[in-house]
Design a protein around this ligand. Structure first.
Ligand SMILES: Cc1cc2nc3c(=O)[nH]c(=O)nc-3n(C[C@H](O)[C@H](O)[C@H](O)COP(=O)(O)OP(=O)(O)OC[C@H]3O[C@@H](n4cnc5c(N)ncnc54)[C@H](O)[C@@H]3O)c2cc1C
Length: 415
């Protein structure tokens, strides 16, 4: 099989990237998705809050996905569902499904959009028994919203990221008693609107600077012990509280799904665990592009769509032999910033470049400063910066013209 473009992953990133490449003149496109349906993680996110930027509407996850699936249906883009990509070597994709068996697919360009997966109990070393009733929040969300199984009645949630918060509300609406949300950090890792709408509206207590220190239960979970932690995140003796519960949901982080990328020899960023890309979303291998959660974990799908459109547009220009190479500069993170995407950029002949980043701790009245060789190229005032909320800045043509070497982005006090 031969295509101009193969997109791995049919979530919002893969869908928007494929559609954008089609709109830029590429007709021979294949999307490969391992699930039985297109839409990715959005299919299980039945709450609203999607698409405020892209469609200026508040959609549910499946509604947002449907907008792109409908657009794709009207094109020549082909889709293979229930198909797992097993390996990528150069521009050859090795995939498998129950109907076609093992497939070798040649492509001029590839877009990687495999999303991310959840960290499990094994990744955070919670001591204790190994009873039933301990789920990742995303697995519980899938059981309830897609498979139609209720996972428990008395629930504690570890982790106050968006998935943890949304599941606290979801479990409550389905009739469970959510006794607490426990968070290791002294602040929540979720969006502010989710703390209000998912915890405060339902009187669910949030314990900051706490963690689960023991899991107890023979066959089903019976109780958990929670302790306060010190500044080094170590449990403080004598602060233990016991919660009786039959279910513990873990919402303790997401990891970009990059086993395929590693097999393909692509450069990974140790700060994001995602792929290293330039401003066109091209990875370290020419003709292989990436977008969405496979690059870095997003809180808003709208930014996933924006990144995917960039990947689709430039993959199309690569296929048409119009892709302009150029010397690229490195984008480094300085004080207060944990990472940037893209990590490299070619600043020549670009109208503007959007740079995404996250801050390391909550901070207020700051400036995001872009510095090149000791010279301030640009600065952006920000009233509130929270680790849970991805930040982005746009470097204009004028800013880009002033860049002569690697740049560093950092925070500085600035009222
Ligand atoms: C619980 C939760 C709540 C959220 N709430 C909001 C919200 O309210 N508002 C908002 O804007 N955003 C929200 N988001 C964020 C947003 O939904 C995600 O950032 C976005 O869906 C990521 O898109 P993606 O395409 O990169 O990844 P995914 O949606 O994960 O898609 C990746 C796809 O790749 C497929 N795949 C992976 N590996 C392979 C392989 N080897 N072969 C074939 N296929 C493969 C997967 O099956 C999957 O379908 C939420 C996310 C979660 C998890």
């Amino acid at each position: 099989m031969t295509y101009d473009l193969v997109v791995v992953g049919g979530g919002p990133a893969g869908l928007a990237a494929a559609y954008e490449a089609f709109n830029n003149g590429i007709e021979s496109i294949l999307i490969i998705e391992r699930d039985m349906e297109l839409g990715g993680i959005l299919n299980q996110c039945i709450h609203n809050g999607f698409g405020l930027h892209t469609f200026k509407e508040e959609l549910t996850g499946p509604e947002y996905a449907e907008r792109f699936i409908d657009k794709i249906t009207d094109t020549s883009i082909e889709v293979k569902l229930d198909t797992m990509v097993l390996d990528i070597k150069e521009k050859t994709i090795y995939a498998m499904n129950p109907i076609d068996g093992y497939m070798e697919i040649e492509s001029k360009a590839i877009i990687l959009a495999m999303g991310c997966r959840e960290r499990t109990r094994g990744a955070i070393y919670v001591p204790g028994d190994r009873p039933a009733g301990v789920f990742t929040a995303g697995a519980a969300q899938r059981y309830i919203n897609i498979e139609g199984y209720m996972v428990g009645k008395e629930v504690v949630i570890l982790g106050s990221g968006d998935i943890g918060l949304i599941m606290a509300r979801r479990m409550t609406l389905e009739g469970a008693k959510v006794k607490a949300v426990i968070e290791l950090m002294p602040y929540s890792n979720g969006l502010n609107r989710n703390i209000v709408q998912c915890l405060e509206d339902y009187d669910i207590p949030l314990y900051l600077s706490h963690t689960v220190t023991q899991i107890i239960g023979k066959t089903r979970l019976e109780k958990i012990v929670v302790s306060q932690v010190d500044d080094n995140k170590k449990p403080i003796k004598g602060t233990e509280k016991t919660f009786t519960c039959d279910t513990l949901l873990l919402s303790v982080g997401l990891i970009p799904e990059n086993e395929l990328s590693k097999q393909a020899g692509l450069q990974i960023d140790t700060r994001t665990n995602g792929l290293v890309v330039n401003e066109t979303m091209q990875t370290s291998n020419e003709g292989i592009f990436a977008c969405g959660n496979v690059l870095h974990v997003h809180d808003l799908v709208d930014f996933v769509t924006q990144e995917a459109q960039t990947a689709g547009k430039y993959a199309a220009s690569y296929i048409k032999d119009e892709y302009k190479k150029g010397t690229s500069v490195k984008v480094k993170n300085g004080k207060g910033i944990t990472y940037t995407v893209p990590q490299n950029m070619n600043t020549i002949s670009k109208e503007s470049i959007r740079v995404f980043m996250r801050v390391s701790t909550p901070s207020y009245h700051q400036k995001i400063v872009v510095n090149c060789g000791g010279k301030e190229i640009a600065s952006f005032k920000k009233k509130t910066l929270l680790p849970a909320e991805m930040q982005s800045i746009v470097l204009t043509k004028e800013h880009l013209a002033a860049i002569e070497g690697d740049i560093t982005i950092y925070l500085e006090e600035g009222k």
